[in-house]
Design a protein around this ligand. Structure first.
Ligand code: MN
Length: 246
């Protein structure tokens, strides 16, 4: 009964309940309820808008790369997820929880496209314009934790850049918090540190860097290291601090 009531309420039909109960057969009410549940539980995935213009990260990340990355690559992950209804996905949970339930039994299509959607959604928010090329450094609690774990920010930057540069093939480089310690780790393809997969360091994500060629090839060609050294200028440390302290 409570299920039916919440469906009717959600559908704006609550006021008609009494009437409906009299006019509709139990069978029809059940059918309506099922329809409502399906619609409610399988909220389609959607491409989030960028919090800045495509050219806002110039000269460090170019407009064309940002536009193609967002409207073609990220959109493709979203489309694939919506085309592939999965009985194993809890559609009512948020995307971080969905990722945390990915394990070796998860199909490749869900693992890759859910990861692709989640990682990019996070990545966009971890970038911010820096048109005047100001020094871009973490502050507050995150800065304290970085210097505690890596000695200096420069040591941290060096280790992160090396790991991101040397990661073989497509993937991501992350700063995570694991059991109270900060760690730099990489994952292949669209896997991420929330997933329960062998060989993946699990932890809370604080910084994310996409090292797929599609993230830099138009401007930097094969020079991933140059892309990474420029990316430091547009890291959104305020967002990273928010992820770290939440
Ligand atoms: Mn990408």
């Amino acid at each position: 009964m409570s299920d039916r009531r919440s469906f009717l309420k959600k559908s704006g039909l609550f006021g008609l309940t009494a009437l409906a109960s009299n006019l509709l057969s139990e069978e029809k009410i059940n059918a309506l309820q099922t329809l409502g549940k399906e619609a409610g539980d399988k909220t389609p995935f959607a491409l989030p808008a960028l919090p800045y213009a495509y050219d806002a990260l110039e000269p460090f990340i170019d407009k064309q790369t940002m536009e193609i990355h967002h409207t073609k690559h990220h959109q493709a992950y979203v489309n694939k997820l919506n085309e592939t209804p999965s009985t194993n996905l809890d559609y009512s949970s948020n995307d971080a929880v969905k990722c945390s339930r990915v394990d070796k039994s998860t199909s490749a299509v869900i693992r890759n496209n859910l990861g692709g959607h989640y990682n990019h959604s996070l990545f966009w928010t971890l970038l911010k314009p820096n048109p005047e090329s100001k020094a871009n450094l973490p502050a507050g609690k995150l800065n304290e934790a970085i210097t505690k774990n890596f000695k200096t920010f420069e040591d941290f930057k060096k280790e992160f850049s090396e790991k991101a540069t040397k990661h073989f093939g497509s993937g991501w480089c992350w700063l995570i918090e694991q059991n109270g310690k900060l760690k730099i780790t990489t994952t292949p393809n669209q896997d991420n540190p929330l997933m329960k997969l062998e060989g993946i360091e699990k932890g809370k994500i604080i910084v994310a860097l996409d090292v797929w060629e599609h993230a830099y090839y138009l401007k930097y060609q094969n020079k991933r290291a140059d892309y990474i050294s420029n990316w430091w200028n547009v890291v959104n440390w305020e967002k990273a601090e928010e992820l770290f302290t939440k």
